[in-house]
Each structure stands twice: as structure tokens, then as C-alpha cells.
Design a protein around this ligand. Structure first.
Ligand code: NAD
Length: 455
């Protein structure tokens, strides 16, 4: 079996042959990835169900179709993306050809997390292939069934010379990171991201970090409560609350909260029936340890559970839960919840809510529900977050035309669609100059005098 360094060296020498550069090679690989998705939809949905109890609809919507759409979008646009981009010139460069050439970095490393284990490896891979790189893929070991499926399928469909899946956990990944990569694309927690940055620093490797955090949802200025509750419940409890862009906590005034609670109960019952544990559309917490972590957070909260709260360890089940009567010191407001628990904190005005958000790390997503467009704009203009969506949750990340990524502690860099292609490309600023107009060019040569300044 090849060692990590042998794999990386092999990919590097393959990259140097230039095989990944032609448009046709990239299109062939992207088409092969599309075939992988189409031929194996049932196995993929099965693996996601094994790992997370993921309902088929959620698997198709948030993993399979997202990857498929992104591949098709890249196939349809790649020729344009690869075309050199000519830029404006000035008087001194008027007769030069000045353009940006997007070139692959070389051998890139893509490290994924377990909550969308397929999407978080394959969406970056689409960008890496489109940009002409070789890639090492390191899926999360926690979502074991999907990890194994990726390791089986990728070599069957894609070039084994250019793309390699490496399995393993933290120790394996640390060893892998001792090698020099030309770009690292990491999705996961903030704490591990620090180690990734440190490892990258040793090789001066550029890094994209797709991290998490606490994405707030603000409800102010009046809304259609029933619709707002349905959208909120869907976004929060999708994938059992284990989405990096799930609304983590809710801020609204006490009157809105009181109107919202029966509407949330009604939405939950409408979606999942009287016993969510028996409902096929409710996923599970990924592992025992993650289950304990969410339950421990809930246990440390001083708030009042008004909806849900039931749980079964053996089944890794936690009921969709809502907690009220908390203040800013509550355990549920200190770290990302990453489970089906929604704390609601009452703050009377949107200005207080904006201050609350701004006193914390910049979130990956920020949601505002309101009938008042000026209030939505006010929140947008007075806060900072990776992405923003009004009157719904999560859906903004399904568009390949919008960049997806964090800011500050929620990450650096972005991807999806053209943004993935750009993330995995070096933007080489090029100037083609001829030998003409030397008399004008000579104005810059020493010995300097006032006449040099007219150059
Ligand atoms: P995880 O435990 O699966 O870890 C992510 C990857 O890092 C895995 O491949 C794992 O093997 C590797 N890893 C773990 N420990 C390591 C170490 N010490 N050194 C090197 N590599 C190591 O996932 P996680 O970190 O629990 O992911 C959950 C977090 O990811 C949440 O905070 C969530 O918000 C965030 N997330 C962000 C996005 C996004 O797009 N921004 C998407 C999904 C998840």
C-alpha cells in the first residue's frame, strides 16, 4: 500500500504532465462524476440513511441534487470560465494584451465533515476538477457508510491517476497534512480548523475554511406567524438540526414568541405527526457522543423546555425541541448546538437583537423574518455574516450563483458554482508586450529627470 507521501508525490508528477489541463479532460471527468451520481443514487441514499437516518427526500435535495446541479452548471459554463479575462489598460499599457488566466494550483486536499458527508466532499471536488487540479479526498470517518461508498465509487468513475480517496480519522489526517499540498479545502469545526491552518503554514499552503458557528434568526416587525413557523421548523430540524446553516437560536419580542409557540407545535405535528420518533422524515444524531453532547448542552440550560425534550440514547433520537426563558448567559447560547434544539431569547427591539448578534462572532448565516422590507435591510446593513436570507432558512445555499462561505470565525473563502472554480484556480495576471513604442517606454529609464514624470 502506498504511503501518504507516495500518493501526493504520484499525483504531483501526474499533474506536471499537464493531463488535467485540457477542457476536454475536465469535461470528461465531470461527466463521469455525474454518471457516478446517477448510477448510484439508491446506494448513496442508503449510505446517508445508515449514517444519519437521513430521509430520502433530504438526501436527494441537500446532497444528491445539489451535487448533480453543480456538476451540470460547471459542465455548461466551464469553457467560458477558462477563457482568459481581458482587463482594462492605461496609457502606459495601451498597446499590451492584459488578461487574467485561471490556472490550477496543482495537488489539492479536500477534507469533509460528517453532516452532509457526500456533498461536502463532492461539491469542492467539482471545483477542483473544473479548475484542472489533482485532488486527495478525505471524507469524515464519522459518517462511515458514506466514507466507504466514496472510497469504492470514486476510483471506479474518475481517473485513478488524478483523484484519490484516503480514509481515516484525526490521526490519519494529521499525517496527511504533513505533506505539501497546493491548496487545502477544509469543512468542519473551528477548533480543528486551527490545527489545519497551523499545518498549512509550514508549507505556506493557501486554505479555504468552511466552518460553523451560531446562525441567528431574528423575527421582528410582524410576520404571517403560521408560514414563518413552518419555514423556521423546516430549516431548524432538517437533517435533525445538524446543518452548519441551521438557525441556531431565535431572537424576537415576547409577544411574537408567545404567538409563535403554538404555530411551531402545529407545524411540527403537521410535518412529523404526533410521535416524531416514529416518523420516517426525522433523522438521527450521527453518533452516541454527539447525542450526549447535545443532551448535555440541553441539561446545562437554565431555560424551560416548552416543546419536545424527549430523547432515546439507543436510537440516537432527540425530539424537535424548543427552549424559552433564557438569558445571554445560558449554555444554549454559548456554542453551536448542532442538534434539534431551538432556544428562543426574548429581546424587545430589533436594535437590541442587532447588538446581540454584533457582540458575538460573525455567523455563517443570518436570517431575518419580517413583513417590513426596511427592517430586513436595516439588519442586513448593520450586521456581518457569511450569507443572509430573509423570510426563510438554508435555501440561499442551494443556488450555484451565490458564493457560499463564512466570514471571521465562520470561515474564509467560498465555493459553489463559479466560486468553486475560482477557489481552486490561481488568478495569474498576465501582460503580453511587444517591442513597439520603445521611444515612449524609454521615458522611464534613468537618469531620471522631470521628463520621466510624463511617462
Ligand atoms: P468532523 O469531526 O467530521 O471533522 C471534519 C474533518 O476533520 C473530518 O474529515 C475529520 O477526520 C477531520 N479531523 C477531525 N479532527 C482532526 C484533527 N485533530 N486534525 C486534523 N483533522 C481532523 O466534523 P466536525 O468538525 O464535527 O464538523 C462539524 C462542524 O462543521 C460544525 O461546526 C459545522 O457547523 C461545520 N460545518 C460547516 C460547513 C460549512 O459549509 N461551512 C458544513 C458542514 C459543517
Amino acid at each position: 500500500m502506498e504511503s501518504h507521501s507516495e500518493v501526493v508525490a504520484r499525483l504531483r508528477s501526474v499533474f506536471r504532465t499537464g493531463v488535467t489541463i485540457p477542457l476536454q479532460f475536465r469535461l470528461t471527468q465531470l461527466s463521469a462524476l455525474l454518471s457516478l451520481m446517477e448510477d448510484n443514487e439508491a446506494q448513496i441514499a442508503d449510505a446517508l440513511h445508515k449514517d444519519l437516518g437521513k430521509p430520502k427526500f433530504e438526501a436527494v435535495l441537500s446532497e444528491i441534487d445539489m451535487v448533480r446541479n453543480d456538476i451540470c452548471y460547471a459542465i455548461n459554463n466551464l469553457k467560458t470560465w477558462m477563457t482568459p479575462e481581458y482587463v482594462g489598460t492605461n496609457l502606459a499599457t495601451k498597446f499590451d494584451d492584459c488578461f487574467i488566466r485561471r490556472e490550477p494550483f496543482g495537488v489539492v486536499l479536500i477534507i469533509g465533515a460528517w453532516n452532509y458527508p457526500l456533498q461536502l466532499i463532492l461539491l469542492p471536488l467539482v471545483g477542483a476538477i473544473a479548475a484542472g487540479n489533482c485532488a486527495v479526498l478525505k471524507p469524515s470517518e464519522i459518517s462511515q457508510a458514506t466514507e466507504q461508498l466514496l472510497a469504492d465509487l470514486i476510483p471506479k468513475y474518475l481517473s485513478k491517476e488524478c483523484y484519490v480517496v484516503m480514509c481515516g480519522g484525526a490521526e490519519e489526517t494529521k499525517k496527511l497534512l504533513q505533506n505539501k499540498f497546493d491548496h487545502i479545502f477544509y469543512t468542519g469545526s473551528q477548533s480543528v480548523a486551527r490545527g489545519i491552518l497551523r499545518a498549512a503554514a509550514d508549507h505556506l499552503t493557501p486554505v479555504t475554511l468552511e466552518l460553523g458557528g451560531k446562525s441567528p434568526c431574528l423575527i421582528y416587525g410582524g410576520v404571517d406567524i403560521k408560514t414563518a413557523a413552518k419555514r423556521l421548523v423546516w430549516a431548524k430540524y432538517f437533517n435533525c438540526g445538524q446543518s452548519c446553516v441551521a438557525p441556531d437560536y431565535l431572537l424576537c419580542d415576547a409577544e411574537t414568541r408567545d404567538a409563535l409557540l403554538p404555530a411551531i407545535r402545529e407545524a411540527l405535528e403537521g410535518f412529523y405527526g404526533p410521535d416524531p420518533q416514529r416518523c420516517q422524515d426525522v433523522g438521527r444524531i450521527v453518533t452516541d457522543q454527539h447525542w450526549s453532547h447535545v443532551m448535555e448542552l440541553l441539561g446545562r440550560s437554565k431555560g424551560r423546555v416548552v416543546i419536545g425534550g424527549e430523547s432515546t440514547r439507543e436510537d440516537k433520537y432527540i425530539a424537535p425541541t424548543v427552549v424559552v426563558d433564557i438569558d445571554e448567559t445560558d449554555a444554549l447560547l454559548q456554542e453551536e448546538i448542532f442538534g434539534p434544539v431551538l432556544p428562543i431569547m426574548a429581546l424587545e427591539t430589533v436594535e437590541e437583537a442587532i447588538d446581540f448578534v454584533n457582540a458575538r462572532e460573525s455567523p455563517l448565516a443570518l436570517y431575518v423574518f419580517s413583513d417590513v422590507p426596511q427592517l430586513v435591510t436595516k439588519v442586513l446593513e448593520n450586521t456581518r455574516s457569511g450569507g443572509f436570507c430573509s423570510n426563510d432558512g438554508i435555501v440561499h445555499m442551494t443556488l450555484p450563483t451565490l458564493p457560499f462561505g463564512g466570514v471571521g470565525a465562520s470561515g474564509m473563502g467560498c465555493y459553489h458554482g463559479r466560486w468553486s472554480f475560482d477557489t481552486f484556480s490561481h488568478k495569474r495576471g498576465c501582460m503580453f508586450r511587444g517591442w513597439a513604442l520603445e521611444r515612449i517606454g524609454a521615458l522611464r529609464y534613468p537618469p531620471y529627470s522631470e521628463t520621466n514624470l510624463s511617462w
